[in-house]
Design a protein around this ligand. Structure first.
Ligand code: ATP
Ligand code: MG
Length: 343
């Protein structure tokens, strides 16, 4: 049985988000969640709260618990349908840590040291623990666990997907065809939403200052205030040019993504108008877009028992696939299978 990669009937999609802030932000939504929702139409989807990954940032236990439920609720409020897609917590399936260990053991130290997310987070002052260093290997395990064909993520995760592909290929070379090599699913324009207060940095749940982040849970007035204070540039022209006009381009991308109007049409619609008009309209668009989302959130968080039931159901579905993969991998590397894994 070693090395047998089973076929699956429908393509699979897999992705996760960390419960590292009190709400997902607009970057998580536009860069990833929108694509999760789209992919659940055409594929068998697995979407999880990356609570194990969140432990790489030291946080109060009560806060982790609260944020985990909020994150799951936000997946659903954003359009993930738990009847179609498995929605679950990473920590509910011990297989993630098990496969993560195997990934650690086939990763070179130098290879892990080249990961830019680790280097950036350390450079930004995050106190690095070993978990942060091995984050990409746990992420590789998350993806390879579900034989995922497509992984909808933001641009910041491209390098982690590359190492995931390398690890899958390396594993298959050493131990026989066991793991499916996944493809990234990263849409160009929305893949990197920038901080409002510093358009050279990506909007980040754990690193951006409050003023730079649009949280999906923010009150309308707060959203408007943040957008109106967004850093732009000293010119007057409204033009999509992410290299030279990162702040203005970021606002244009946000408006285009939320309204579905193509970027060049959004750009043209500002002919003769100034930055004040741009910020006012973008603020209106964001506020209108989050309104239904927030209403759905309130309902979901009002019924935590139902949310926990959804997470339990998701873990059960995901667990069947996860167990089969870990059994296949453990067997392939030569671990004796315990009786609970059936040999
Ligand atoms: P952290 O800063 O703690 O790493 P994060 O904001 O990057 O948090 P993650 O949970 O790491 O959030 O990422 C969840 C998903 O959101 C990933 O697919 C990631 O690529 C995507 N994402 C995160 N930030 C952005 C952004 N600014 N623009 C587009 N996509 C993003
Ligand atoms: Mg991140």
């Amino acid at each position: 049985m070693a090395g047998m990669l089973p076929p699956h009937a429908r393509p699979r999609s897999l992705s996760g988000m960390q419960p590292t802030s009190d709400s997902l932000h607009l970057g998580n939504y536009l860069g990833a969640l929108v694509n999760w929702v789209e992919l659940q139409e055409s594929s068998e989807a697995f979407y999880f709260v990356a609570d194990l990954h969140a432990l790489t940032v030291p946080t109060d236990p009560e806060v982790v618990r609260r944020r985990t439920r909020v994150t799951a609720a936000q997946f659903i409020a954003g359009g993930v349908d738990p009847a179609r897609s498995a929605v679950f917590c990473q920590s509910h399936l011990p297989q993630h840590a098990e496969l993560g260990w195997v990934m650690n053991c086939i990763t070179a130290f130098g290879e892990a040291s080249r990961m830019t997310q680790f280097k950036d987070k350390v450079a930004k002052g995050q106190n690095a623990n070993v978990g942060l260093f091995t984050y990409p290997m746990l992420m590789a395990a998350d993806i390879l666990m579900y034989d995922a064909d497509r992984v909808p993520v933001g641009e910041d995760q491209r390098q982690h997907l590359e190492i995931t592909r390398d690890l899958a290929q390396r594993f298959n070379q050493r131990f026989g065809e066991t793991l499916r090599v996944p493809e990234p699913y990263i849409l160009k324009e929305t893949a990197k939403i920038m901080e409002l207060s510093d358009p050279a940095s990506k909007m980040s749940g754990s690193n951006s200052p409050e003023a730079g982040l649009i949280l999906l849970s923010d009150e309308p007035a707060r959203i408007a205030k943040k957008i109106k204070s967004a850093v732009t540039d000293a010119e007057r022209e409204i033009r999509y040019d992410p290299e030279h006009k990162a702040g203005v381009s970021n606002l244009l991308v946000i408006e285009s993504a939320l309204t579905g109007v193509p970027l060049d049409s959004v750009e043209k619609s500002y002919d003769g108008l100034g930055y004040g008009a741009l910020k006012t309209r973008v603020a209106d668009v964001v506020v209108e877009s989050v309104r239904p989302f927030q209403e759905r959130m309130a309902e979901l968080l009002g019924d935590p028992a139902e949310l926990d039931r959804i997470l339990a159901g998701g873990a059960e579905r995901a667990g069947e696939v996860a167990e089969a993969t870990v059994t296949r991998v453990f067997d392939a590397v030569g671990l004796l299978l315990p009786s609970r894994r059936g040999s």
